[in-house]
Every structure is written in C-alpha cells, then in structure tokens.
Design a protein around this ligand. Sequence first.
Ligand SMILES: Cc1ncc(COP(=O)(O)O)c(C=O)c1O
Length: 354
Amino acid sequence: MSGVDRETRLARGELPPVDRATIHVYSEAIPGPFYYQRNAHPVGAEAERLLGELDGGHALLFSSGSGATTAVILALLHPGATVAVADGGYFGTVGLLQGELARWGIETVVFDQTGEPPNADLVWLEPCANPMMSFPDLEASIAWAHASGAVVVVDNTVLSPILLRPLEHGADFVLHSATKILAGHHDALLGAVICARLEDHARLDAFRTASGIVAAPDPAWLMLRGIKTLALRVERQSASALELARRLAEHPAVHRVRYPGLTPDPVAERYVAAFGPLLSFDVADGDEAGRVEKALQLIGNATSLGGVASTLEARARWEPARVPPGLLRLSVGLEAVEDLWADLEQAFDGLGNG
Ligand SMILES: Cc1ncc(COP(=O)(O)O)c(C=O)c1O
C-alpha cells in the first residue's frame, strides 16, 4: 500500500496470525529463520518490519525495555566503557547501569541533558525524560557525542515515532519500552531497539539470540495491534496532557508543573510538535502526594505510562533520592479531559488548599 498516508497503511495493514510455535520444520516453504523461536518468529519479524518503518531504521524486539537496555550495553560496550546517562530519566536505566552492570566494569556518569554530554563511549538521551521531563537539544548533543567518539542511544519511549524520529537527527539507536505507548493498553511487556546501521543490528541480533532476551509472539502481536491506533492515541493524549498541564499550573495546590509544552520551549519545539502523554507536577510534600493518590477515583493510582487508561503515582515511592517527595507523575490516557480534571480537582479539594 504505497502512495497512501501512514495512518491509512497502519489501519489497513493485516495482522498476522498469532503463531506461537517454538519450532518450524526445516522447509523452504517457511521463509526466514523461523526454525526456533529464540532466533526469530513470524509475528516478531512483522512487528520489527513495522517498527523499522516507523522509526526509519532496523528494528529488534526484546523481552522488555530493560532487556533492550541490557542488550545494548552488553553487546556494544566492553568492560571499562563509560556511559553518560541523562539525569532525570527513567530510574531503572540508571539503576541497571550503576547496579548490575557496574559489576561488569561499566562506568556511569549522570549528566544534565540540557547541556553538553561529557566524554563517554555511549551517550544515553531521553527526550521528555521520565519523570523530570527535561528535553535535550538532540542534534547538538549528538554532534558533540559523535565528535568525542561516542555512540548515541535515544530512549524514545515517551514520545514514540509519531512525535519524534531520533535517527533522522543523527542518533545511532532508538530504544523503546514498547510496554508503554507502542502497545498502549497495559497488557504487554516488551522492548525495542531500532538501529541506524545494519552491522549494529546484526551484532544486537546475535546477542539477543545468544542471551535469549527475546519478545514472545503474544506481546509482539499486541504491540502490532496497538500500533494501529498509535497516531490517534498520541494525538489525543498529547492534547489532553497539555490541557491538564495548563490547568494544573493555575491550581493553588500545585507548586510546579513539568511539561515541555507548557511554556514556549524553543529547543523542544525544534524537534516535536506535541509533547506526549506524560507530565509531572509537584504538590507541597510527600504527605500531600499520598493524599492525592488515595483520593483519586477515576485516575488509576498505578505505575507505568502510555496506556489508554490514565495513571498517576508519587515517584518517591520508587526513586526517593532522585525526586522531590511531592512529585506526582501523571500519564494521560484517553478519558474525557473534563472527567480527568474533575477527578484531580476533587483530590486537591481534600488537601484543603484548593
Ligand atoms: C523511559 C523508559 N525507558 C525504559 C523503561 C523500561 O521498560 P520496561 O518496563 O518495559 O522494562 C521504562 C519503564 O518504565 C521507561 O519509562
């Protein structure tokens, strides 16, 4: 279906059957390397073809976003290598690097991604960083990293290829927790890496087969189905998130809203036209954050992001050393924005300062 819009292709493209077979008999009738599921499987191959098309590179699926991160670091680096990772981004990435992977000789430097990255072998950027929402000047950071010999990974989980295609800005790799907005319904755990270069794809593919950090057919299929509505979801979720960010910024219970689209941001606006489903805001302290969590009736007090159902949580539950105690992270779903606002307002009313 060439010659039609991306949305039309996504909506019309047929989904493959969920082939759960771990083996296929050796036969010329089965194209591709589908003789053992750990190496490759038909649903995964179709999902990778589509993701590669969306992000403009060569895609590989993994068992989770964290599995994809592990693969990138272990397959591409060596003991003694340094990773420069964006401050305020997904805490699990820093935790993995400074915890498990430090034991294998990986050094980690955390840096402010709104400035130049430090010297490293690999620079890890995260636009609309989860949960601190910083946004890097992608092309400047990538040029700086490349000049010092580093490769660049952009974790594009929050924005998705609908809003940002980092390979077009010079990134070497894009990473997604496809568990989030790509699958979109809080029912599939998987991750993806999209490589700019075929030789990196081959290296990661070999590592994935050897390590077995593979995505199973069912989550891959759920992601394929989720992607059919990705553009619509991202558009609606971004519009609702911006509207809620504006209202939150005016509310007396809210001390600070973190959403790049809220005030003019010339750097971020060079790269994206909308800012995705995720925002953070601060109430006075941990006690107030806990009371808001408990008072919500519509918005789920749950972790994760990017699903059709909105979720909110106090991030200090997971990363108390890194975030203010009153920081609440909200992932905006597809509910009517007035319903979401009414739920937040009634939760703030309980604080007595609304
Ligand atoms: C930005 C980001 N990257 C990576 C991950 C890890 O993904 P997963 O939970 O699929 O392992 C997450 C999970 O929350 C995330 O938010």
